[in-house]
Design a protein around this ligand. Sequence first.
Ligand code: DGL
Length: 274
Amino acid sequence: MGRVICPANLNKAGEGMEQTEEWIFVFDSGLGGISVLRELVQVLPGERFLYFGDSQNAPYGTRSTEEVRSLTEASIAAFLPRGIKAIVVACNTATAAAIESLRAQYPDKIIIGMEPALKLAAERHAGGRILVMATNVTLREEKFCALMDRFSSVCRVVPLPCPGLVEYIEAGCLDTPEVRQHLHHLLSPALAGGVDAIVLGCTHFPFLKPLIQELAGPCVEILDGALGAALQTRRRLESGALLRPAAQGTVEFHNSLNTPEILDISARLLDARR
Ligand code: DGL
């Protein structure tokens, strides 16, 4: 599929653009949502994707819930004039803070959110010890507490806040001595207790999966919700008869930093090693 990398100023989004209801808007606090976008591109190769990363305000995971909600709402509102048929909130943190208010504001839009893939992990590792790596906001919000309650009789859930990791991915550092050391520091105490599976509950973290697997060892299964979210998007488009007829798909990247570097990293992440 073709890829259009089109720097644009968020404030100008929508100006002078065609207004057909055919874009799928994929949003994240920064570049993490590209781990969801790469699955979307696989399962919906004929679609047109508009990706917006709010890297200028990342990380969201250490902000207040209200800040995350208002940043998320502002980003989505800025792109709606482009003609958006579906919104994928490719960010666990923004989903935890804002999905309900978004669904209330836009009841007619398809809105897909992310949640840590704990259901899948519990099904595959009943009785096991499951580590959930996510941001502070995701882990403290009601949504995750309810999810954890739901599966606490099936498996032992260990939430692990991971401050500082997102910044490496935002800088395009997927394998440097510093990121290895930071991961080692975060994960070693939890891994020492024995772990059966690790849930990547932040969309930035799949880009570090090779390093996390190396640290955890080959017997630990690492799961994330990207493919599930992509398949759910396809189901919703199918049932609304909103799939684009056989056509060449495109990806258009936008970022609030609006620098050539951030767009280069965005394009590189779409093809990053899994
Ligand atoms: N990518 C985001 C998530 O899935 C959050 C990263 C951040 O802290 O901004 O949670």
